[in-house]
Structure formats: structure tokens, C-alpha cells
Design a protein around this ligand. Sequence first.
Ligand code: CU
Length: 132
Amino acid sequence: MTRGPLAPALALLLLVAACGSGDGEPEVTRAEGAPTLRATVGTEESPDAFEIALVDEDGEPVTELAAGEYNIEVSDPTAVHNFHLSGGDGAVDERTGPTEKVETLWVVTFEPGGYRYLCDPHPSMNGRFTVT
Ligand SMILES: [Cu+2]
């Protein structure tokens, strides 16, 4: 007998194990056809810079949005800041960890209302927008 036939099954098992043993963050599937926003803290040159931003596909700061589903590409490359998005009377409450460095995707559904984003350790880093 050879071990040949076992190899593919073993490889599959290892693959499943690898997928399931991440950092606990579930894999999020991009919402097809939904607009994409970009949430960032820090700047490219200086990840620790006291900057926070939420911009649209044209790179313009978000001030007003139509209700609906959005992909939010989140870039938090620093251990000193985080990005915390909330509003719509509890419709949305998403945050990165203040000490974690992470690139992730949030798929959120905005309902009409007021929203804000801020850095929890430095609440003066903040912005707000309205969903109609
Ligand atoms: Cu901060």
C-alpha cells in the first residue's frame, strides 16, 4: 500500500484547519454592487499621526450618504489608534482594537440617522455624517 490516496485528504484537512484558526475574525464577503468607502487612521507616511478619515470612492470625506449597504475597507496600521464607527440608533457599531494593527473589511447597512466615527483612545480624532 502507498500513502498516495491519503495525501489530498490530508492537504484538505490542513487547509480547513488553516482557514478556521485565524485571529478569530470571521471572513467577510464583499457586498457585490454596494459602494465602497475607505476608513483610515494615521497617514501612509506616519501611521501614528493623529488623523482619522472616512472617504468615498472619489476620496472625498463622507458627509452624507444614502441609506443602504456599503463595503468599508478599514486600514488601521497603528497600535496607538483605532477606528470606531457607530450610529443609526444602534444600526451600526464596528470597531478595530485600539492596540491591533489591521486591514479589514466591514459590510454594513446604514439606516437613516446620524453616525460618527472616532478613535476611542483619542476622541478628538472624530468625524460625523448623516444617512438619509
Ligand atoms: Cu487615536
